[in-house]
Write a protein that binds this ligand. Structure first.
Ligand code: ADP
Ligand code: TRP
Length: 322
């Protein structure tokens, strides 16, 4: 039995990049009888940038609703809010004392955030250490993430190995699992889709907002009549990731034949998202309008997660000498 663990930050509403890059592949993995999954909402990580309590709470609900709408089975897996299992903060401290300063200073995501944000707090700096604690606290074997999280996971593995070197058999060194097919999902401006880049497609939005987001995808200026290369177009890239093979081939042909504009392609992407995700959109809205189900699910998950967390933390405390 392998223990799969992954987290998703609640720093905004979950978008297509989160769904295709993390949520859908992780749920797929969780369906195997051989696996036990722990999925959590990383709301302590969100506190590095969010200071509004309502926003923090609402984002957590939106993220939880997305996981459940996509069919995560909480009866055989563990689904929880990071901040509900406070043992992670204690472990994070022990790991901090094992993390060389330059390893964090060289983190791409820290460099990126510290260039962009006005408030560069040390929570942003030690972000990967809290992430390592998230993983090591639960003896996780496999961590599925998007490609952008690769470096963070390498940091986790390095910290675990160096801790184990000093205190043998402390932690399981987790494997990183990146879905090669998905890679990095482009946002409406062609850069990585991200809550912090204002370029997301939110499939749970009303039809009119969703349409507006899709229509804003950046394309080149090839005229309508001309033949187009689908592989160079972000509209097609997104379509290809969602559609089945046959649908994707049909759209590819339209690009290659000409007399098919980017506006038409966007309309097809919009329709595909509405039909492909209609059940999920409905379920998401139902969960968001009645939050008691979300609260109940998260509370039950936290109790189960805490049982594991307490055992692992007791093991580490005794190794250290507390
Ligand atoms: P964001 O960049 O929007 O803040 P997160 O950092 O919260 O997203 O990412 C949550 C999960 O979704 C991670 O596993 C991450 O790798 C994945 N993910 C986020 N954006 C993308 C993307 N554009 N393409 C693929 N995966 C993504
Ligand atoms: N940093 C991750 C992200 O932004 C979220 C996260 C926090 C995570 N802790 C984790 C992912 C542990 C995997 C494992 O996507």
């Amino acid at each position: 039995m392998a223990r799969i663990l992954t987290g998703i930050q609640s720093s905004g509403r979950p978008h297509l990049g989160n769904l295709l890059g993390a949520i859908i592949p992780a749920i797929q993995l969780s369906k195997s009888e051989k696996n036990e999954s722990l999925f959590f909402i990383a709301d302590l990580h969100s506190f590095t940038t969010i200071r509004d309590p309502k926003e923090l709470r609402d984002n957590t609900y939106a993220t939880a609703a997305a996981w459940l709408a996509f069919g995560f089975d909480t009866s055989r897996n563990i689904f929880y809010r990071q901040s509900d299992v406070t043992q992670v903060c204690e472990l994070s401290w022990y790991l901090n004392c094992f993390t060389p300063f330059p390893m964090l200073a060289n983190s791409h995501s820290f460099k990126d955030k510290s260039n962009r944000l006005a408030d560069v707090n040390s929570g942003l700096f030690t972000y990967p250490v809290l992430m390592a604690a998230d993983i090591l606290l639960y003896d996780a074997n496999i961590v599925p993430v998007g490609k952008d999280q690769m470096q963070h996971l390498e940091i986790t593995r390095d910290i675990a190995k160096s801790f184990n070197y000093k205190f043998p058999n402390s932690f399981i060194v987790p494997e990183i699992k990146i879905d090669k097919k998905v890679m990095i999902i482009p946002g409406t401006n062609g850069e990585k889709m991200s809550k912090s880049h204002n370029n997301t497609i939110d499939i749970f939005q009303s039809e009119s907002i969703l349409k507006k987001q899709i229509m804003s995808i950046k394309t080149d200026s090839t005229p309508m009549e001309s033949k187009k290369n689908p592989e160079k177009c972000n509209v097609f890239k997104l379509y290809n990731l969602i559609a089945d093979k046959e649908q994707a081939n049909l759209l590819r042909n339209k690009y290659e034949q000409g007399n098919f504009g980017y506006g038409h392609a966007k309309q097809e992407l919009f329709q595909l998202i509405l039909t492909k995700f209609s059940i999920q959109r409905e379920k998401y809205n139902a969960l968001m309008s009645e939050k008691t189900i979300l609260d109940k699910e998260l509370k039950q998950g936290a109790m189960r997660a805490e049982t594991i967390a307490k055992q692992v933390l007791a093991r580490i405390r005794s190794k250290i000498g507390y």
